[in-house]
Design a binder for this molecule. Sequence first.
Ligand SMILES: C[S@@+](CC[C@H](N)C(=O)[O-])C[C@H]1O[C@@H](n2cnc3c(N)ncnc32)[C@H](O)[C@@H]1O
Length: 273
Amino acid sequence: MNTINEPSKLKAEVTYNAAADHFDDGPLAFWDRYGRRTVERLSLSPGSLVLDVGCGSGASAIPAAIKVGPHGRVIGIDLAERLLDIARTKSIAQKLHNVDFRRADMAALSYPDNSFDAVVCVFAVFFVTDMVKQVRELWRVVQPGGKLAITTWGPRMFEPGSEAWWSVVKESRPDLVTGVNPWERITTKQAVLQLLSDSGIENADVTAEDGQQALQSPEDWWTVVLGSGYRWTVEQMSDEETARVKAANLKTLLNNGIKFIETNVIYAVAKKE
Ligand SMILES: C[S@@+](CC[C@H](N)C(=O)[O-])C[C@H]1O[C@@H](n2cnc3c(N)ncnc32)[C@H](O)[C@@H]1O
């Protein structure tokens, strides 16, 4: 069965294929930053086998490949082929021969139980409808003694840019304002602990870390819009609507002297006994 044709997955694929043109731009340095920090928390040993689901352009898969070395191996999977292409280009440029990037659905892993020394999922778990089922599936492929790392956004993702953005979208295209965005489904340490516990994982190390992304100018904020999950909304607007929303959004940032956005995160690492 091709599970990739489900509407929520098609939406993620369309969004991140479109966002690929700005995904690795400077104002979105947070992808690399939190991907790298997630991998640091795993203390990977040379020679380890790692699976990175929802790997994007390689923010965590590439540091993991460096860490596990030539005798280790990393498999990165994602639905967005354009991000996978960027990840492949970056890994080739860094002469990494131990990382493969494949288009696949993290909700339907084809690996046997206990296949990996570590499984990584950064800013992606909230895209699946059933997060408990997803975490159970990730845990299934971790081998005893191995680790699972899940990183999600904390509260107030991209504020105050976010609030300014949604308020102009609401004025221009109220039909595009959704109730709860995927990344807002799980934003606290307590919620992450609960998800893990509901998935049969106890004793996880869960840490909240506050962070910021500097903006050199309001235009940087628009780059974040184009290179992130907000891209879906932009793709639904006409060119004229986009221009109007952009002008109003950037004016608010300029008038309020916004110099950074919040990028708070929650890291979870669990070891399988
Ligand atoms: C916010 S991006 C994060 C990418 C990367 N982990 C990072 O931190 O830079 C979320 C990624 O999850 C991917 N994704 C969403 N649902 C997926 C699924 N069911 N299977 C595989 N990848 C998925 C999207 O295509 C997107 O590249």
